[in-house]
Design a protein around this ligand. Structure first.
Ligand SMILES: C[S@@+](CC[C@H](N)C(=O)[O-])C[C@H]1O[C@@H](n2cnc3c(N)ncnc32)[C@H](O)[C@@H]1O
Ligand code: SF4
Length: 458
């Protein structure tokens, strides 16, 4: 039964806040955390040889910049740019394996971007072989990448599958031509469908789609048409991101025509529509903005309250550590978060100087770990049973987090959550504002460390 949430209510909770892809969130990390601290984390990892790893490789190249893009991407006409980039990734890899050794087991290997399928077949093979030489990628590992269907061909998707990728996710954003024009992304429905079908024919285990709501030109009618078209395709998973308009960080967004862009409650209605249509279309709503077919393992994990997430997305059994390679990559190693330089020049210079170009990071304290556990549980599994913390943290969550929980009653009164002797549960209405509930457990907000780069609910 679709839920109607009135405008005044949305306004009340439309506060800037993190999306909690990590806790503590990036603005709370320290710039004093650099290469020596990363090396220390890698040395500790070397002492835990049985722990499995997740690997992220950032490939920033794109054929052309989309006006709306908020990713760390790069458009270059320079010949040999990919080759030079891979040379540097290779050096980064050698520096990491000189500490942790080669042959570590990998359960998850993801290529993000930019546009990983910008690489030609030879470059793709080179990158894959580099990592296969350094790690032991499990036979049942998730090996995934993001592609731009506009530059893909059915031959390429088949060759990616044959090369060993088993999950693929493609950027669609919106089928509507007016919106595509307004975001500088001309992508015919026919081409998208052709590439989607080629991924199915190639036999990928997961074929996923990215959409964005709140883009210029979108209306309830036009987005309904896009959602219908996507639900007909039945991708395994869909991410429907809220358009983040941050031209001061991404100057390419100056080209976005904001005069035809829905904002505030109008934008929120696009999201309510998305939730209703996917739920009617037999998808489960995962986390803030993801949807998975009811049969998908993410939906089953949500049913069993066993959903997790890391920087690469939602997962059923995430590896305990994540190593990131390439500019802007974010890793999570032995309770330290680490971020590579997001600037192409900065990252390249750092590698050329013989180092590991870490620009910030954070070592989690015992309190951080407890709050991370509680927040991620609320965000993924929509509940925080008190007893969950007993084994790992020695006491029920309501005792350990008693101070923060004093802020919960007004949210309960507003119907966002319930609390009883067993724990906290997010309500159907609270699903839309789960970040607001999680924020009460965030020890860094309002302490001057969480700079306001966060987005609002809509
Ligand atoms: C790396 S891209 C996906 C692959 C490929 N580059 C493409 O665009 O098809 C990652 C996704 O981030 C999302 N995205 C990009 N810019 C965004 C923004 N400003 N706000 C919200 N989502 C955005 C889009 O859904 C996009 O598909
Ligand atoms: S949306 Fe994708 S293709 Fe467009 S500029 Fe961003 S990363 Fe590149």
């Amino acid at each position: 039964m679709p839920l109607h949430i009135p405008a005044e209510f949305v306004e009340k909770y439309n506060k800037p806040g993190p999306r909690y892809t990590s806790y503590p969130t990036v603005p709370a990390w320290e710039q004093e955390f650099g290469e020596p601290e990363y090396r220390e984390a890698l040395t500790e990892l070397n002492d835990r040889p049985a722990d499995e790893l997740a690997i992220y490789l950032h490939l920033p190249f794109c054929a052309k910049a989309c006006h709306y893009c908020g990713c760390n991407m790069l458009v270059t006409r320079e010949k040999g740019a990919v080759e030079q980039y891979l040379d540097r990734v290779e050096q980064e890899l050698e520096r990491v394996t000189s500490i942790i050794g080669t042959g570590r087991k990998v359960a998850q290997f993801h290529w993000g971007g930019g546009t990983p399928n910008y690489l030609n077949e030879e470059e793709t093979d080179r990158a894959l072989n580099m990592f296969r030489g350094a790690f032991d990628i499990n036979a049942d590992a998730e090996v995934s990448l993001e592609i731009d269907p506009r530059i893909a061909t059915p031959e390429q998707t088949l060759s990616l599958k044959q090369a060993g990728f088993n999950r693929i996710s493609m950027g669609v954003q919106d089928f509507d031509q007016r919106t595509q024009k307004a975001i500088g992304r001309n992508q015919s429905r026919e081409k998208t469908l052709k590439i989607y079908q080629s991924c199915r024919d190639a036999g990928f285990e997961g074929v996923n789609v990215d959409l964005v709501y709140g883009l210029p030109g979108q209306t309830v009618e036009s987005f309904t048409d896009t959602l219908k078209g996507i639900i007909e395709l039945q991708p395994d998973r869909v991410a429907c991101f809220s358009y983040a308009h941050v031209p001061w960080v991404r100057p390419n967004q100056e080209l976005v025509d904001t005069t035809i862009m829905l904002t505030g409650y109008d934008k929120f209605q696009l999201f309510m529509l998305t939730v209703d249509m996917f739920q009617e279309g037999d998808y489960s709503w995962i986390g803030i903005d993801h949807f998975a077919k009811k049969s998908d393992e993410l939906s089953v994990a949500l049913e069993n309250r066993a959903l997790h997430r890391n920087f690469m997305g939602y997962a059923t059994k995430p590896a305990p550590h994540m190593l990131a390679f390439g500019m802007s990559g974010i890793g999570d190693v032995c309770d330290r978060f680490v971020q590579n330089d997001a600037d192409f020049g900065g990252w390249s210079d750092g590698i050329d100087a013989g180092g590991l170009p870490i620009v910030k990071g954070h070592k989690l304290s015992a309190d951080d770990k407890l709050r991370r556990f509680a927040i991620l549980n609320l965000m993924c599994n929509l509940e925080l049973p008190w007893s969950l913390t007993e084994e790992a943290y020695g006491a029920p969550a309501n005792e350990l987090l008693a101070d923060s929980l004093k802020a919960l009653p007004p949210l309960i009164e507003d119907g966002l959550a319930t609390m009883d002797e067993g724990g906290i549960r997010i309500t159907a209405k609270g699903r839309y504002f789960v970040r607001n509930v999680a924020m009460i457990l965030d020890a860094y907000l309002g302490k001057g460390k969480g700079k306001p780069i966060f987005s609002k609910t809509v």
